[in-house]
Design a binder for this molecule. Structure first.
Ligand SMILES: *[C@@H]1O[C@H](CO)[C@@H](O)[C@H](O)[C@H]1NC(C)=O
Ligand SMILES: *[C@@H]1O[C@H](CO)[C@@H](O)[C@H](O)[C@H]1NC(C)=O
Ligand SMILES: *[C@@H]1O[C@H](CO)[C@@H](O)[C@H](O)[C@H]1NC(C)=O
Ligand SMILES: *[C@@H]1O[C@H](CO)[C@@H](O)[C@H](O)[C@H]1NC(C)=O
Ligand SMILES: *[C@@H]1O[C@H](CO)[C@@H](O)[C@H](O)[C@H]1NC(C)=O
Ligand SMILES: *[C@@H]1O[C@H](CO)[C@@H](O)[C@H](O)[C@H]1NC(C)=O
Length: 838
């Protein structure tokens, strides 16, 4: 396996301006290393391996694009091999939307191609077989991921297998399609498809055509030549013939970077990234009501009022997210051809629509019959179980059948005379099967009338501005509030923006059932109780019930939750979701089965070996460094202590409770002193003097924890047999200095002792006796010295967490702590130690 990058913690400073460019903190904020532009067999990559860079393992020459195994917030979290446009944080390609992979899936490059396997080595995706062996995988500056052979001939290109997006320089060949995702944050394949035929660019919903590029007023036709491919350049979107001659053209203003994407709402958009935000240059169909599922099944779309309602004779049940159903309870909509749902033709009736109502397919589909009378048209529909309704031209005698799925109803755009009839059947025979269908029928865009315009605007403006730029955090909620129930988001999104980590909003009932009515308490902290829960997909979670949330509203809660949820790092406990129920607030975290460092280090279980301690120290430092490096939403933890350091499988370590200080109060730091936290023994001196709390306060707490990791006991300890023993040992060689450490009878303040031992370079005497000397002395010295650097009185003297990581990983020379900045430990520690630790 190759080492891919030159990591430098300090690069984050250099990239500061860059990272503030994008909103998503976890995504771009941390320093990116210089990626390779080509990789060679044999090579493996996984998200876990490159987790510090959000899974990125390959970059284009100028860094415009990168290839990444990225996790997207879906439930459950799904990972994709993706190509990302870095500065706009946009996913332009994924390996296959229908087969997401997991965090532990592996990407393998061999001479036979690219392979993705799951954790148990089953093949999930691969490139097809090639005739010659693969020499390299390269990411080109255009965003094209290619496999080349020894003669540099391309064997496979991601550009030839687009998902929902094309970028400049990419051709969409005739016969190829773009597939819309199912939702703004759900990349699995949705119902819409865009296909280039030799005549036009065809928009389809569930195989039914609803739009064509030629229907757009700003698509100019230049010739009748058959189409060969579609391409975009700096001046527009072009449909071209075999010899590159122009057939259709959509002229656009000059732009150096634009993408074209089929959204989950069924609309095709071309956008440019101008002045740090996306500008929509083209959208088709322009008229929203032209989208088949604009208002859900049989929803009536009113373009003028931008609203959805139901046609007469139908209404929307409050519990019905599908669309409109017959008002008459004795009637129901049939569900198309279903072998078990045997339709009895005698139970069929029809509800007539108003004569100004029309259906999306009527302008585009051929009538099944011409010059027939109404009863023949009706019989055609009645006899065919795939027919769900028909339109009949009263004067022209044409007959159109509505087949398989019902979309929305719109107002007529032409002066056609056709009138619609919707098939219904008596409810009793089909009620059950119909209910089943609701689940399988992901009709999008069910919109409450008054919310429609409001959210539509908010979402477009909110998401666009927000994700891309300055993001007044409060707006974030608007995006978040569009939770799973409110599928409006899928109809009105600008969903080219990836939203990794947006947490899920859970129903209170879901949490009640997951935790079996808050049965198993696994902890309690400054914020309230923590309960163990099991989600329906068997994942175990920790549910934190937040008390004392105070007067702050939902909005702030959502904002902060979104920020916390967007932070993904291997050493930070992941926030899976949240729940608001009345005045109650819940946060749902991943469950760490190893318990806390507090329990492991001070408990009676097996002794933590030195190697594990070192790993925990480095992991914790990395997690904190990551929190501190966030530039938009730099997070100060404020309560670093062994209780908040959680252990998982294979001595993985994660910090919990980060971001919660902001949750409680982010406007007024002084309040932190009263409402919060900071646990005695770990809080920095500046807390007590009310001067500003900074990231250096966390560094102090970390230093204190580091000392406890070395000694295996609390810094403030009532002398037990064991600690007396240490004191005696030390006393044996230097009685005078040690006596100053016993501040009060029975109490030992370990940091002061560490200072003394440091002055005498007798580090080994500080080590947990239970380890019986199974340590490396230079590592003990390193940890103690780093710890002492961290707990210096003056915040400015303390290293940053990034520097701490570098020192722990031997990438930076150890610093010498300043003794004059540490003498306070002798008296300050004494003061603290008069209070027993909580
Ligand atoms: C790559 O792996 C394959 C099998 O896993 C092995 O046969 C081959 O020798 C390896 N190639 C290199 C260059 O290591
Ligand atoms: C293929 O391309 C690489 C880098 O672009 C170059 O170093 C190599 O010489 C090329 N090989 C051939 C056979 O052209
Ligand atoms: C974009 O492509 C069209 C069609 O090939 C061509 O006419 C136009 O000149 C191109 N624009 C630029 C800036 O190259
Ligand atoms: C419709 O046409 C069929 C045959 O063309 C005829 O038998 C039938 O009577 C007509 N029905 C009406 C209502 O005119
Ligand atoms: C129902 O209509 C569809 C579409 O017109 C047609 O393909 C199918 O054969 C018809 N089925 C029957 C039983 O007539
Ligand atoms: C259909 O046309 C007939 C005359 O040909 C007219 O009497 C009838 O009202 C029309 N029906 C509708 C629904 O417009």
């Amino acid at each position: 396996m190759e080492s891919l990058f030159l990591f430098s913690s300090f690069a984050s400073l250099a990239t500061f301006t860059f990272c503030c460019f994008a909103f998503l903190p976890s995504f771009i904020a941390s320093s990116y290393p210089i990626f390779k532009h080509s990789i060679y067999p044999n090579f493996t990559a996984s998200h876990l391996q490159f987790v510090d860079y959000n899974g990125a393992f390959l970059g284009s020459v100028n860094g415009t694009f990168m290839a990444s195994i990225i996790g997207l917030s879906q439930s459950p979290l799904s990972y994709y091999l993706s190509i990302i446009h870095k500065s706009t944080n946009t996913i332009i390609w994924t390996h296959n939307p229908s087969t997401p992979i997991s965090e532990s899936s592996t990407l393998l490059l061999t001479i036979n191609g690219l392979f993705i396997t799951d954790a148990s080595n089953n093949l999930i995706w691969s490139t097809p077989p090639f005739n010659s062996p693969v020499r390299a995988l390269q990411l080109l500056e255009t965003g094209n991921l290619i496999l080349v052979d020894n003669r540099n001939v391309s064997l496979w290109e991601s550009f030839n297998h687009p998902t929902d997006t094309i970028v400049m320089g990419q051709n969409l060949d005739v016969g190829r399609s773009l597939y819309a995702p199912a939702g703004p944050t759900n990349l699995s394949t949705g119902d819409y498809r865009l296909t280039l035929s030799d005549k036009d660019l065809i928009f389809q919903w569930r195989d039914q055509t609803y739009w064509m590029l030629s229907m757009e007023t700003n698509a100019f036709k230049h010739s009748n030549e058959p189409l060969s491919y579609m391409a975009m350049n700096s001046t527009g979107l072009n449909l071209l013939g075999d010899d590159g001659s122009l057939v259709f053209q959509v002229n656009l203003n000059f732009s150096s970077f634009r993408i074209a994407k089929l959204g989950s709402d069924g609309r095709f958009r071309i956008m440019s990234f101008i002045g740090e935000k996306w500008v929509e240059e083209f959208v088709g169909p322009e008229e929203y009501c032209r989208v088949p599922s604009a208002c859900g099944q049989l929803g009536l779309c009113n373009i003028h009022e931008a609203s959805c309602s139901c046609p007469p004779g139908f209404d929307r049940r409050s519990d019905d997210k599908v669309g409109c159903v017959p008002t008459d309870d004795s009637l129901s909509l049939p569900i198309g051809c279903n072998p078990s749902g045997n339709l009895n033709s005698t139970s069929i009736s029809y509800v007539k629509l108003e004569d100004w109502m029309d259906y999306f397919s009527n302008d585009l589909a051929e009538p099944v019959k011409r010059s027939v009378n109404l009863s023949i048209c009706q019989d055609l529909c009645s006899m065919n179980c795939s027919c769900l309704g028909f339109f009949y031209g009263n004067y022209s005698g044409v007959c159109y059948l509505l087949e398989n799925y019902l979309g929305s109803i719109m107002s007529k755009s032409t002066r056609e005379d056709r009138i619609g009839y919707i098939k219904t059947s008596s409810a009793s025979s089909t009620k059950n099967t119909f209910t089943k269908k609701e689940d399988k029928f992901p009709m999008v865009a069910m919109v409450l009338i008054p919310l429609f315009g409001f959210f539509f605007l908010l979402t477009i403006i909110g998401i666009a501005i927000l994700w891309l730029r300055k993001a007044r955090p409060s707006k974030l909620e608007d995006a978040m509030i569009l939770d799973r129930q409110n599928s409006l988001s899928s109809s009105s999104e600008l969903n080219i923006i990836s939203i990794p980590g947006l947490p899920v909003r859970f129903d209170f009932e879901e949490l009640v059932s997951a935790t079996e009515n808050f049965e198993t308490e696994i902890g309690s902290g400054g914020f309230g109780m923590v309960y163990r829960g099991t989600m329906p997909d068997e994942t175990v979670v920790a549910v934190k019930k937040i008390k004392n949330f105070g007067t702050r509203g939902k909005k702030e809660f959502c904002t902060e939750t979104a920020i916390i949820g967007s932070i993904h790092h291997v050493n930070l406990v992941r926030l899976k979701g949240f729940c608001i129920q009345g005045n109650l607030r819940f946060l749902v975290y991943e469950f760490m089965n190893g318990g806390s460092l507090e329990r492991t280090l001070f408990g009676t279980g097996p002794v933590l070996q030195w190697n594990e301690r070192l790993k925990i120290a480095i992991g914790t430092a990395k997690g904190l460094a990551y929190l501190h490096s966030e530039c938009q939403h730099k997070i100060i933890h404020c309560d670093i202590k062994p209780d908040n350091i959680l252990l998982g499988e294979k001595s993985s370590v994660k910090i919990s409770d980060f971001g919660l200080s902001k949750l409680l109060d982010h406007h007024d730091n002084s309040k932190l002193l009263t409402t919060m936290r900071g646990t005695r023994g770990y809080i920095a001196p500046e807390w007590l003097t009310s001067s500003g709390i900074t990231d250096k306060s966390d560094v102090y707490s970390f230093g204190m924890v580091l000392l406890e990791i070395v000694s295996g006991r609390r810094n403030c300890t009532l002398m037990t047999q064991r600690s007396t023993g240490i004191t005696k040992d030390a006393n044996g060689s230097n009685g005078e200095s040690i006596s100053t450490l016993s501040l009060e009878p029975g109490w030992v303040y370990f940091p002061a002792m560490a200072l003394e031992m440091h002055n005498q370079r007798r580090y080994l005497e500080l080590v947990d006796q239970r380890l019986e000397g199974r340590v490396r002395s230079e590592e003990v010295e390193k940890l103690v010295r780093v710890a002492l650097c961290c707990v210096q009185m003056v915040p400015e003297f303390r290293p940053t967490m990034a520097e701490v990581v570098a020192m722990l990983e031997d990438r930076l020379p150890l610093r010498e702590p300043r003794v004059d900045a540490l003498n306070f430990l002798l008296s300050f520690g004494g003061r603290l130690s008069r209070h027993a630790p909580d």
